[in-house]
Structures are given as structure tokens and as C-alpha cells.
Write a protein that binds this ligand. Structure first.
Ligand SMILES: *Cc1c(COP(=O)(O)O)cnc(C)c1O
Length: 268
């Protein structure tokens, strides 16, 4: 999965048109669901080629989400420097520092679930001269499934939030994120509320109250909602939705993925 920067990226015009039309339809659905309230759309580009990202960038999209540190670093190196990268995947402590120190335009890390990782992210960010604080979300495990990462709502979340606010000078706590249980989300019927989203809303309200002193006027935001449930999430107050497959189509298997398609590389 190696890439070289510098050469021009080839974008297939019909692919670009399909992506543009897909994202416009998502934007339309977001604006209908939000009634005009500002909701950030993160286009989740994991396992999709850099040329797809460039095509959507040319179309005006700036926020892109990635799940793998190595893949994000490789893409960031060859794509425009004003892209706002979101890291949304499971973060390994040993990748936290290199990721932040090598990608100045890393905008938000949504998957912070331990004090150790928060400290590493803050240290990495401090190595970039004149950088603003790095935005982070604390990931909350709202479904209680052991397979999901994130901290448990309650004292564990409070403790991590306190750590970020008091001991991570280069981080900016902007809110909470959940992935939620897929099965639960699909089982939610029209007119019913998704329990994961409800839990995240309650946890945000609780933290906002409990950390009143530390937070001051700052309002914690909510990142919840993906391809299958982003409209429901917006209905429950989400400030950020992370949409992948509905924009880009189904993802390839991770082992089959390359930042640049083989066909592109072999063209001269
Ligand atoms: C992959 C991923 C998404 C996007 O999922 P889609 O169902 O493809 O929209 C959103 N959030 C996280 C954390 C993800 O890993």
C-alpha cells in the first residue's frame, strides 16, 4: 500500500459524476431531516481510493473520515492540505502520536476512549508548530457490547473528559461519539427511538451538567448516525453524521485495498 506524491491524480469523470450526485442526495436528506440546523457531514472514505476523495473535494466536500491510521497518513500526504481529516476508527496507543504529529490538517479524532491515548494525541499535536488544539470526541459505548470500543457512560466518561480538559493542553473536547449496535438500529421502527442515540444524548446532558465549571459556555456536540440511520440521529439532535457506503458504495475487503488503484499506477 505505498504511494508516491507529486504526480497528477487521475479521476474518472463518470465516477466523479456518480459521487457528486450521491453526496448531493445525502446533503439534501440531511437538510430535510435537520430543518436547516447545521449538521456536519463527514464523508467516510475508508478503503476507498484517493481519487474518490479528490473528486468529492473538487465538488466542495472538505470533511473526510478514515478508520486506519496508516491509510489516513498516506492519503493526507497526497491530497489537498485543506481537507479536514477525521479519524473515526479504533486507535492504537502507539499510532496516536505519529498520526497527530504527521498530519497537520487532522481536524478531529472521534474515537478517544482512554486517558493514555488522549495524552499521546496531545503530545503529538504539540510537535506541530503553531497548530490549534486538536478537536476530539470521546467515544461512548452506548450499547454495552463488549466488541464495541468506547468508555462506559457514567464515571468512566467523566474521568476521561476531566483528563482531557485538565491535562491535555493541545486537545479541544468538542463532544461525544457513538457507533451503536447495528442490529438495534435496524430493528428500530418508524416512530421509535434508537436506544444508542438516546443514551448518547443523556450522557452528553449529564456531562454538560457535571462539568459545568470546566466547560463554561462550551456546548458538547453529538456525533451519531451513519448510512442506515443518519436521519433518525439528526432527529434526535446529532450535530455530525458519518456516512460512507451510501456515498461511495460498498467497501472492498481491507486486504484488497490500495490508496491508488493498480490501473492508475500502471498508466504512464
Ligand atoms: C465505517 C464507519 C462509518 C460509515 O459507515 P457506513 O455505514 O458505510 O455509512 C461511520 N462511522 C464509523 C465509526 C465507521 O467505522
Amino acid at each position: 500500500m505505498s504511494v508516491e506524491g507529486g504526480e497528477e491524480m487521475k479521476i474518472d469523470p463518470s465516477r466523479a459524476a456518480a459521487l457528486s450526485s450521491a453526496i448531493k442526495s445525502i446533503q439534501q436528506r440531511i437538510s430535510t431531516a435537520s430543518g436547516g440546523r447545521q449538521v456536519r457531514l463527514v464523508a467516510v472514505s475508508k478503503l476507498k481510493p484517493a481519487s474518490d476523495i479528490q473528486a468529492l473535494y473538487n465538488d466542495g466536500q472538505r470533511h473526510f473520515g478514515e478508520n486506519y491510521a496508516q491509510e489516513l497518513m498516506e492519503k493526507a500526504a497526497i491530497l489537498p492540505k485543506d481537507i479536514r481529516w477525521h479519524f473515526i476508527g479504533g486507535l492504537q496507543s502507539n499510532k496516536a502520536k505519529p498520526l497527530t504529529s504527521s498530519v497537520p490538517n487532522l481536524y478531529l479524532v472521534s474515537s478517544v476512549d482512554s486517558s493514555k491515548k488522549a495524552t499521546q494525541l496531545s503530545k503529538g499535536r504539540s510537535e506541530i508548530p503553531n497548530a490549534e488544539s486538536l478537536n476530539i470526541h470521546i467515544q461512548i459505548n452506548t450499547s454495552g457490547e463488549e466488541s464495541k470500543s468506547g468508555v462506559t457512560p457514567g464515571p468512566e466518561a467523566t474521568e476521561l473528559a476531566r483528563h482531557v480538559l485538565s491535562s491535555c493542553p493541545n486537545l479541544n473536547l468538542v463532544g461525544l461519539m457513538t457507533i451503536g449496535a447495528i442490529a438495534r438500529s435496524q430493528a428500530v421502527k418508524e416512530g421509535e427511538e434508537n436506544e444508542d442515540f438516546k443514551t448518547l444524548v443523556e450522557e452528553r446532558d449529564r456531562l454538560q451538567q457535571e462539568l459545568k465549571q470546566e466547560l463554561g459556555d462550551r456546548k458538547l456536540e453529538l456525533s451519531m448516525g451513519m448510512s442506515d440511520d443518519f436521519e433518525a440521529a439528526i432527529g434526535m439532535g446529532s450535530d455530525e453524521v458519518r456516512v460512507g457506503s451510501t456515498i461511495f458504495g460498498e467497501r472492498p475487503k481491507r486486504e484488497d485495498f490500495q490508496v491508488k488503484a493498480k490501473a492508475e499506477e500502471s498508466k504512464s
